[in-house]
Design a protein around this ligand. Sequence first.
Ligand code: BT5
Length: 313
Amino acid sequence: MNETRHRVLAALADGPVSGPALADELAVSRSAVWKHVEALREAGFEIDSGDDGYTLSAVPEFGGPAVEYGLDAPFTVEYHDSVPSTNARARDLAADGAGDVVVLADEQTGGRGRLDRDWHSPSGGIWCSVLVRPDVPMADAPVFTLAAAVAATRAAREAGVDASIKWPNDVLVDGADGERKLVGILTEMEGEADRVSWVVVGVGVNANVDPADLPAEAEPTSLSAELGEPVDRRTFTQRFLELFDDLRTDPDAVLDEWREYSGTLGREVRVETPDGEVVGEAVDVAFPGALVVETDDGRVTVSAGDCDHLRPV
Ligand code: BT5
């Protein structure tokens, strides 16, 4: 959304404001004001026009302008009703030189998980990829996956869902019938060893989705299933982006909050790594995102793999 349109919205939110007064305030023509108001109505904003002028009366439930409106983070949002994969789109934007862009979709038709697995993304979810250009070495990039997991978990808790993090990239809800997957994260990047060029953090949140429409073997859940009513996707997305923005430059805070929200630490785990299986008690997380496991043969630090929670220790 361009700067003038942001300012139109801000003025209407404090409305009523007349077309001529708005034109003066923004130093644009009256017909330009009218075009901005019509474009905002097209985007789903409800704008009343009365004798005193225009007033903003409702913000759309979801979409790019809706998420950008009132967002306290420096991202522009590109929204799609349907797209093959927000990560693939964000990678294209990265190749064009973009940064601090969020690609957001209501539905994905070719969503991807790690290791080329499928990610089911029906309408009603929050399918979101954040493209950033941090000034860090490639080896540090896993901390962005942890930051996204922390931000998604905190946003879920603020929405009333008691989520926790499973190392390295899942957000789960522990219910009567065991742990169910609420959020998955796929981080992709490009660069030289000493410096990242871009990082795309893809976050899939089962928001207002019926878990019956997701693969049963994945043991999925959704925010709406947990709450018994739809969640406000606009607020959730804004909180996620604001929290992620705060954390992306503060790795110590990421690790501290990750420990606080972790469902993995203190558990007996089995991690399938490229070098074999590691079984033991998960005792800590280490920068930039490794899991420290106390095994019968001593401490092992695992930097990548699929993790299963076994019984509590
Ligand atoms: C992940 O992979 O959990 C990462 C998922 C990232 C998805 C986001 S959505 C926005 C962005 N655009 C993309 O194209 N991707 C990212 P992994 O840990 O490999 O888990 C994949 C497994 O989760 C699958 O094999 C299924 O078993 C299961 N699964 C698929 N869809 C699911 C869903 N909606 N909810 C829960 N589990 C699901």
